[in-house]
Design a protein around this ligand. Sequence first.
Ligand SMILES: [Zn+2]
Length: 271
Amino acid sequence: MKKKNTALVSFSDIINEVNRRRLFCDDKEGSLFKYIRKNFNKSDSETSRRILAAKTLRLVPNADKALAKKQVTLTNLAEVSSLVDGIKSNKKKNEILSSIVGKTQTQTRELVEKLTGKKRATRPQTRSHSDGSLRIHLTLVGQTAKDYQFIKEQLSNKGLYSTEDIIGHAITGTAAIIRKKTASLGSRKSKPITNSRTISAAIKKAVITRSGNKCENCGSKYNLHFDHITPHSMGGASTIGNLRHLCSNCNARAAIVALSQQKMDLYINQS
Ligand SMILES: [Zn+2]
């Protein structure tokens, strides 16, 4: 039985290592979630739980020992991942770990709600359909539920907005904010790696034409960068032949291969 939990710790190490080295880019999968789900044949919910638990194991010094000794479960570690993410002090993180020892998932969730002051909705049930649509069964709580009611009262009565429209606006707005944020983060971080300032506008245009404005490794359309195949720091020129259009993850992965992990750890934010 103990052997089984040691395996869980090892699997989390694999997840963290795949993320640190951006290995999911080699598989042209483009995301850690897709990579783990496909390569380890896990369900969506199991994949999420593993990734969140792996994050807690990376952030909390004593979490691996507690999991190996079966004092905590993967589910509990996943539940506290967002909580420990915002805490710098290792002592405080270990205190949170101690407080979830022997607790059920519900008790752990209640503790997180108490510590954050936020009531969390039950996890939405999501089902994908073959036509690309998603059916989501979700529960809104607290202020979110009140805000939803407010919007609905204001607009639905006039026949202006359906539930899908209200949720759709929120999703589109949130996606735009995230894209803007990650794009600015990505461009800031890529500068020391790619020296993109040395690429002329004409060459950029030629690379974009070739790539179709997509990552030339995984096909992603977001957070694109110009990557020197032979790095600029190693004498690689800013020519069309030595440049490719890559998303931020594939760009980071390429730099890890070329420049060594150590150097890249200084640039890559491990979230
Ligand atoms: Zn990519």
